[in-house]
Design a protein. Structure first.
Length: 206
């Protein structure tokens, strides 16, 4: 009785297909893992956060109770989070209508901030870099800003020169606004939701 051996082509195809499928599964797994890790770190400030009229605050970011994603996000950008005894940072990535902030549009930041001994407002470009501009302005603070008669303020963010409080920006894809409150009683999430925050209204776009 003669044994029938498998044909040579089928013997070669099966191992090759198995190797290709295994390689594809490994590449897919690595890609999904790296992609999810990048998104988690890139948006770490959204974890354990509180939304206040479009502004996002992470009251635990500078404390031992900070979640690992927020800690990784700060480590990636090199920014030092404010401790609970120092103040609170609030981040806006969208205007008051819910549109993503971009350097291709003008914005008006108007109103009042929550109570604080001092506050600063800075604008970041893609990759959390300080917005580069010809005037070298890196931000406004409460001591040098021009105010209305009722104590409120109005800051115009634009690529072209404006009168009053003007924050010059470049024509870039994404913007983030960071409002830092120093020596403020506002430190717990339960009391922050009802705070009055400045509005961000979009103007003309390129």
């Amino acid at each position: 009785m003669k044994l029938k051996m498998p044909s040579l082509p089928s013997f070669r195809i099966r191992p090759v297909r198995f190797v290709l499928e295994l390689f594809g599964a490994i590449v897919l797994g690595v890609g999904l893992g790296l992609g999810s890790a990048y998104l988690a770190v890139e948006n770490g400030h959204l974890v354990d956060s509180v939304a206040i009229s479009g502004w996002i605050a992470s009251p635990n970011a500078g404390t031992p109770e900070a979640d690992p994603y927020s800690a990784a996000a700060f480590a990636r950008t090199g920014e030092v989070a404010l401790g609970s005894g120092e103040g609170l940072a609030l981040i806006a990535e969208r205007d008051s209508a819910g549109n993503l902030l971009t350097g291709k549009c003008d914005y008006v930041i108007a109103g009042n901030t929550p109570p604080a001994r001092l506050w600063t407002l800075s604008i970041l470009e893609d990759g959390w870099r300080s917005a580069a501009n010809p005037r070298g302005r890196v931000g406004f603070h409460s001591k040098d800003i021009l105010r209305e008669a009722d104590g409120s303020f109005r800051i115009v963010v634009s690529t072209s020169a404006k009168s009053g409080n003007w924050f010059p920006i470049r024509d870039t894809e994404r913007l983030r606004m960071v409002l830092r409150l120093y020596d403020t009683p506002v430190t717990s999430g339960s009391t922050m939701i009802e705070l009055e925050m400045p509005t961000i209204e979009r103007g003309a776009c390129i």
